[in-house]
Design a protein around this ligand. Structure first.
Ligand SMILES: *[C@@H]1O[C@H](CO)[C@@H](O)[C@H](O)[C@H]1NC(C)=O
Ligand SMILES: *[C@@H]1O[C@H](CO)[C@@H](O)[C@H](O)[C@H]1NC(C)=O
Ligand SMILES: *[C@@H]1O[C@H](CO)[C@@H](O)[C@H](O)[C@H]1NC(C)=O
Ligand SMILES: *[C@@H]1O[C@H](CO)[C@@H](O)[C@H](O)[C@H]1NC(C)=O
Ligand SMILES: *[C@@H]1O[C@H](CO)[C@@H](O)[C@H](O)[C@H]1NC(C)=O
Ligand SMILES: *[C@@H]1O[C@H](CO)[C@@H](O)[C@H](O)[C@H]1NC(C)=O
Ligand SMILES: *[C@@H]1O[C@H](CO)[C@@H](O)[C@H](O)[C@H]1NC(C)=O
Ligand SMILES: *[C@@H]1O[C@H](CO)[C@@H](O)[C@H](O)[C@H]1NC(C)=O
Ligand SMILES: *[C@@H]1O[C@H](CO)[C@@H](O)[C@H](O)[C@H]1NC(C)=O
Ligand SMILES: *[C@@H]1O[C@H](CO)[C@@H](O)[C@H](O)[C@H]1NC(C)=O
Ligand SMILES: *[C@@H]1O[C@H](CO)[C@@H](O)[C@H](O)[C@H]1NC(C)=O
Ligand SMILES: *[C@@H]1O[C@H](CO)[C@@H](O)[C@H](O)[C@H]1NC(C)=O
Length: 684
């Protein structure tokens, strides 16, 4: 912490110094930059100043999974990011040497203004900038911290402007000056406050083929005109209020590669239209809309498709057999949270590319198809919340890269551990969630021995993530902007709760040194709580409630100093609750339903008072049991607020609402590191 603080202070010193330097010009320097353009830039500068309050982490939302990652010295979020930059406008130098200013080498005209991620604050009148710098070709003020004002009271001729990026610039109007810009190739107005219908002339921006990149995501746009530029390759319209059927003009864009129209109010797909773009599309995201109807078969013929997200809609019916063919060419498939029924199609082909398959939250039945064992690159498999039956798919243990296996809330049965399986035994797994099924037998000691990934997670920059839906715990970085989605699992979870496991908790579990969440609740486990649990020093949530555990709570648990949630209620534990600084911070609910327990925080805080009579009396009492998820409530709310600050500062009210609403749900959370608190403190 000390080190990064120091670097940070130095960094602040530098920007403050640079931006406050005198504006007197050095008469000896060669002026390539025309005087009137330099004066215009000085005027621009007068309104702005540097700040240390910026985006210190980015947040990604992917299909309802909120991902937040605290990366020092980065700015931006879902819609773009980059390293924070120190802007040095030493006004004794020629203005062409100022940071972010780009000039034509022969004329000296200012042609580029790039203040992206500049850690600035203040107000900038774009009309003045455009009219005083007529040779501008590219403007990027995204995430600079500047609030851009556009008066829409004049038309400026900037005949060369081809690249305009104003993401997250507190923009509330769609700029009129775009009307004249037939040369525009890149337009990014994402994460602003543009609302309602876009004017119909907007469709002419970039002429008939110049515009290739259009990002209007994360505004409040309700409808769009038909864009004409058939050169479009990147279309980002996600997180708006676009309603009705899928906009058919999109299908005229025969070169379209990346399309994200997720998180809108689209109610219908138009498969016939999609057929026109079946050979160019690389990424198709229609998730989080209100689309009904069957799986569009056209998708099976999309020869270049790598990323498909149809999650969180109302697609219904069977997943067609041809799906088994696209699993061999796609890298990421998310059909989660729909109403698909029937069985999971068999995987044809070699399935060598598939990184992630998410079919959670449907009504799928039958067994987990063992043709999935061909998917040797699979990192993430989520089949949770379906109606799958059959036994535990042991052969998944041989997938060498599998990081997350989520089978929660199905009807799977039988024992889970293989008798003597050689092979990988889930050695890369971070998340093992088979909760809420009908599994029986002993806990899988062999797997615990082989969870190598959980034994030693890279202690590099930690990522925090929560999810809004209460479903589960992994995250995928959005493939927006043509980036490869990265499944980034640093949150280690073993959840075997709500099954019928019996026997003792094996000591080897203490070897899972990097485990963060352990949930074995609601089984028939007996014996003592292993002393070895105290070795899992990073553990943040431990739930052993609703079992038949007996004996004393091991003293070693006082070593779990990161614990945010502990629930040992509804067992047969006895004796005094160990007194450690962390254990003392929990409420009584964590221990209720163990008539033999005593000591704070229990109401029965004096162990000597514990007479057998009282124990018996309590044994018959109806205990007001608290759902384990609710125990985390305070913490989750806190996390929501912390994230909320930043979202307010970058203007993402929709997310803020989503998180605020999720406050009462199961939000696994982590203790904020002090360093992070300093980043957010002054944003309150
Ligand atoms: C600004 O530039 C001048 C001329 O290059 C130089 O002498 C001076 O030290 C610079 N000032 C700062 C604060 O960097
Ligand atoms: C610089 O200006 C000259 C003269 O106007 C022009 O021909 C040239 O294309 C410009 N170069 C750039 C990179 O804009
Ligand atoms: C101007 O010249 C420099 C150095 O020769 C070069 O790196 C830069 O790309 C040129 N800029 C433009 C816009 O041509
Ligand atoms: C500076 O800010 C004022 C309002 O505070 C505004 O009227 C003016 O146009 C701004 N100037 C520039 C160059 O952005
Ligand atoms: C954003 O713009 C609104 C007006 O549209 C203004 O009231 C508000 O102060 C601006 N926010 C910032 C941070 O400049
Ligand atoms: C595309 O831009 C070029 C210059 O970059 C321009 O000459 C042309 O007219 C534009 N195309 C259309 C269809 O407007
Ligand atoms: C796209 O669809 C058309 C018309 O249905 C078909 O002829 C063509 O083969 C398809 N392209 C691919 C790559 O499947
Ligand atoms: C899927 O692939 C198999 C084997 O290559 C082929 O027989 C079948 O016709 C394909 N199905 C579809 C719907 O494309
Ligand atoms: C799947 O759901 C549809 C209605 O959406 C129903 O007609 C069909 O019988 C169901 N199929 C199976 C196998 O359950
Ligand atoms: C599993 O589900 C399938 C399809 O619903 C059904 O035919 C089969 O009987 C079920 N098997 C068991 C063991 O419940
Ligand atoms: C807690 O951890 C320390 C250091 O790892 C160890 O020496 C001590 O025995 C542990 N305490 C208990 C009660 O296990
Ligand atoms: C930001 O700068 C202000 C004064 O310039 C300082 O008081 C504050 O502590 C700084 N914030 C952080 C997070 O360093």
């Amino acid at each position: 912490m000390g080190n990064s603080q120091l670097v940070y202070s130095l960094f602040l010193f530098i920007i403050n110094f640079c931006f406050s330097s005198s504006s007197s010009t050095n008469s000896n320097s060669i002026h390539r930059c025309p005087d009137e353009q330099r004066d215009a830039l000085l005027l621009f500068k007068r309104n702005i100043s540097s700040t240390n309050e910026s985006n210190y982490h980015h947040l990604y939302v992917y299909s309802g999974f909120l991902y937040s990652s605290y990366v020092d010295n980065y700015c931006g979020d879902l819609n773009g990011y980059g390293p924070i930059r120190i802007m040095d406008w030493n006004t004794s130098r020629d203005c062409c040497d100022w940071d972010g200013i780009n000039c034509n080498n022969s004329t000296g005209d200012v042609i580029g203004l790039d203040l992206k991620c500049g850690m600035l604050q203040g107000l900038s009148d774009l009309d003045i900038v455009l009219s005083s710098l007529p040779s501008l070709e590219a403007i990027d003020l995204s995430y600079s911290g500047l609030s851009v004002v556009i008066r829409n009271n004049g038309h400026y001729a900037n005949p060369y402007l081809f690249d305009l990026r104003l993401a997250s610039c507190n923009l509330s109007v769609f700029p009129d000056f775009l009307r004249a810009m037939k040369h525009l190739r890149v337009l990014d107005l994402s994460s602003n406050y543009i609302r309602g219908h876009l004017p119909s002339w907007a469709g002419e921006i970039g002429g008939n083929n110049n515009l290739t990149y259009l990002d209007l995501s994360d505004n409040s746009i309700t409808s769009l005109p038909e864009f004409r530029s058939v050169g479009l390759q990147y279309v980002y319209l996600q997180s708006n209020l676009i309603a009705g059927s899928f906009p058919p003009w999109i299908c005229n864009m025969k070169r379209l590669k990346y399309l994200d129209i997720s998180d809108n109010r689209i109610s219908e797909m138009v498969p016939r239209c999609l057929r026109n773009i079946n050979s160019s599309l690389v990424s198709l995201n229609v998730g989080s809309n209100m689309i009904q109807g069957p799986f569009p078969m056209t998708i099976c013929n999309m020869g270049s498709l790598l990323y498909l997200d149809m999650s969180n809609n109302s697609f219904q019916g069977l997943i067609p057999e041809c799906f088994g063919n696209i699993t061999s060419s796609l890298a990421m498939i998310n059909l989660g949270k729909n109403r698909f029924n029937g069985t999971i199609p068999k995987v044809y082909g070699d399935c060598g590319r598939l990184d992630g398959l998410l079919l959670n939250g449907n009504m799928l039945e039958g067994e987990v198809p063992n043709s999935l064992s061909k998917c040797q690159s699979l990192k993430l498999l989520d089949l949770g919340h379906n109606r799958l039956n059959g036994t535990f798919p042991r052969w998944l243990g041989d997938l060498p890269k599998l990081q997350a296996l989520v089978l929660r809330s199905n009807n799977l049965h039988g024992t889970i551990e293989a008798s003597a399986t050689p092979g990988f035994l889930f050695s890369s797994l971070f998340v093992f969630d088979i909760s809420n099924n009908n599994f029986i037998g002993r806990l899988p000691e062999k797997y615990f021995e082989n969870f190598n990934a959980i034994k030693d997670v890279d202690k590099g920059p930690r990522t925090d993530f929560v999810n809004i839906s209460g479903l589960h715990y992994y995250s995928i970085i959005n493939p927006a902007k043509g980036l490869q989605p990265i499944i980034d699992l640093k949150y280690t979870i073993v959840d075997l709760s709500s099954n019928r496991f019996d026997g003792q908790i094996p000591d080897v579990i203490g070897n899972l040194k990097s485990l963060i969440v352990l949930n074995l609740s609601n089984n028939n486990l007996n014996g003592q709580i292993p002393h070895a649990l105290g070795f899992i020093q990073d553990m943040e949530s431990l739930d052993l409630s609703r079992n038949q555990l007996e004996g004393e709570i091991p003293q070693s648990l006082v070593n779990l100093t990161s614990l945010e949630i502990i629930n040992l209620s509804q067992n047969h534990l006895v004796g005094r609750i160990p007194e450690g600084p962390q254990l003392l911070t929990f409420e009584e609910d964590s221990y209720l339903g163990n008539p033999g327990l005593c000591g704070p925080p229990l109401y029965r805080s004096q162990c000597e008072d514990l007479s057998t009579a009282q124990v018996e009396a309590e044994g018959g009492e109806r205990i007001n049991y608290m759902e384990p998820g609710l125990l985390g409530l305070g913490c989750g709310t806190l996390l929501g607020l912390v994230l909320g600050y930043r979202m307010l500062s970058t203007g993402r009210p929709k997310w803020f609402t989503a998180i605020a609403n999720a406050g009462g749900r199961h939000i696994p959370c982590r203790r904020r590191k002090k360093r992070k608190q300093t980043h957010t403190r002054n944003r309150i």
